[in-house]
Design a protein around this ligand. Structure first.
Ligand code: SF4
Length: 469
């Protein structure tokens, strides 16, 4: 697989990349395939089965809603979050769903969305779609896997892309022809040594294999604007998050307090940490509310990278100025590190626990911050390694199956840890005992040994020790 920075930073909606964004893409893909078949006009009903983690935490993560929206033709990067509730209400009231907005079929969620506790063999996040005619005869079926970070594969392991964003040339071409291919930390460092380029420059050159330099920059800045928009909306929104936990949104109140007493920062040198916490919590509250966020590299971990990027833009005057060029360097550096995790590990909490979500986001943010603070490739790789090393073993145990507790605060912790990782690496010379590749290998092994109850099933950890009200 060849991974672009825009595979890792996808504009979408909350609350989950694997349980909301991926299933929506899969559902729309199935409907589009159906539309191209001769039996399209005969289709009288569609049902979906959700397996494993998609069943265990699917309701809390909005999987049932996402498949419904996808079948109706909506896409995570284009749907207006404000239209979601009215669309769902219409389907429920009319007991009918209009496939791709043009072919209505009877649809009652309780009957047509089935939750299966068991997992399919290929991945814990499996979903099957079935279409039938008026006599109940099968018209089509398909199986998909939402493998983390909004990535979706079909039953043959082929990547399924969002329909509205057709693949750039060779996105499925396994990296053939990339000027500077790399899959591991060691290969990244070797490329840097050979070419004299930084990780961000290597990544930019590879991106230009698929799209122009101007388009790369335009899309990177669109990612940044979406991240900044999520922070702003999170800082302005009050009330409770959806779901039975009645979690109060805290970002707006914290923002008001920090903004109204700027002189406090003069007395408390660590008040900057309050701002980093604020940025992360604002994004993750917005994510939990189903708002517009950037998958970075997942939705559950969507706050870490924006928080550290805001820290860079608002607080640092480093060797690389925090302007559009600096922001692009930050995102490309983070992408270079995220790519290595995608190629060798997992971005799925259902597969490796929260190591694969907040852990990877922390590692990406640490490396990116080291880059814009003038770190060498060795220091960048070291920062990314530290960012993961101290997240090893982190489980996924969301209370009530919602992406709220521990997820929102965990993003703030991940952002702070990333800043510290970058600073530790920059105080060294880039040489270190544990390589990024070794820590990634350890993460994969730890994830494999982790019990299923700690992998996005809400059957262990905080999920069973905190009682829902
Ligand atoms: S605990 Fe971590 S992996 Fe699990 S849902 Fe929350 S952010 Fe995602």
């Amino acid at each position: 697989m060849s991974v672009s920075v825009f595979d890792l930073f996808k504009i979408g909606i909350g609350p989950s990349s694997s349980h909301t964004v991926g299933p929506m893409i899969a559902a729309r893909h199935f409907a589009c395939r159906l539309q191209q078949q001769p039996g399209w006009s005969r289709v009288h009903g569609v049902c979906v089965e959700l397996f494993g983690s998609l069943s265990a935490t699917g309701v809390g993560h909005g999987t049932d809603r996402a498949v419904l929206l996808g079948l109706a033709g909506h896409e995570p990067d284009r749907i207006d979050p404000d239209t979601i509730e009215p669309t769902l209400a219409q389907v429920r009231a009319q007991r009918s769903l209009c496939l791709l907005g043009e072919h209505a079929v009877p649809f009652v969620e309780k009957e047509h969305v089935q939750f299966r506790r068991r997992s399919l063999p290929a991945h814990p996040n499996g979903l099957c779609f079935h279409a039938h005619d008026a006599d109940g005869n099968a018209v089509a079926s398909a199986t998909y896997y939402s493998v983390g970070g909004g990535f979706v594969v079909d039953e043959h392991g082929q990547r399924v892309l969002s329909h509205s964003t057709p693949p750039a040339p060779d996105t499925l071409g396994h990296g053939r022809g990339l000027p500077h291919p790399f899959r591991t930390g060691a290969e990244l460092l070797a490329q840097c040594r050979t070419t004299g380029l930084t990780p961000a420059q290597l990544m930019a050159a590879n991106e230009e294999h698929w799209r122009s330099a101007a388009e790369v920059r335009r899309q990177l800045l669109a990612v940044w604007r979406t991240m900044a928009g999520a922070v702003q909306r999170g800082c302005a929104s009050t009330g409770e998050l959806p779901g039975p936990l009645h979690v109060r949104r805290r970002a707006a109140e914290l923002h008001r307090k920090l903004s109204s007493a700027p002189e406090a920062a003069l007395r408390d040198p660590l008040s900057m940490l309050d701002w980093v916490n604020l940025y992360a919590m604002a994004v993750n509250e917005e994510n939990a509310a189903g708002g517009r966020v950037v998958t970075a590299p997942t939705n559950g971990a969507a706050g870490v990278i924006p928080a550290v990027l805001h820290y860079y833009v608002n607080f640092l005057q480093g060797p690389i100025a925090p302007n559009d060029d600096g922001i692009a360097t930050f995102l490309l550096s983070a992408g270079a590190i995220g790519l290595i995790y995608k190629e060798n590990a997992s971005l799925s909490g259902a597969e490796v626990g929260c190591q694969g979500e907040v852990g990877v986001a922390c590692s990406m943010a640490a490396g990116a911050l080291a880059a814009v603070m003038g770190g060498s490739p060795g220091q960048i790789e070291n920062a990314a390694e530290i960012g993961m090393e101290h997240n090893l073993g982190m489980t996924c145990d969301p209370v009530g199956g919602l992406v709220q507790i521990p997820c929102i605060e965990r993003n703030a912790m991940g952002a702070i840890k990333a800043i510290n990782a970058a600073r530790m690496a920059l105080r060294g010379d880039g040489t270190h005992v544990v390589s990024l590749d070794k820590v990634i290998k350890t993460m994969v092994q730890t994830g494999a040994d982790m019990k299923v109850k700690y992998k996005e099933t809400s059957r262990g950890g905080l999920a069973v020790n905190v009682v829902e009200c």
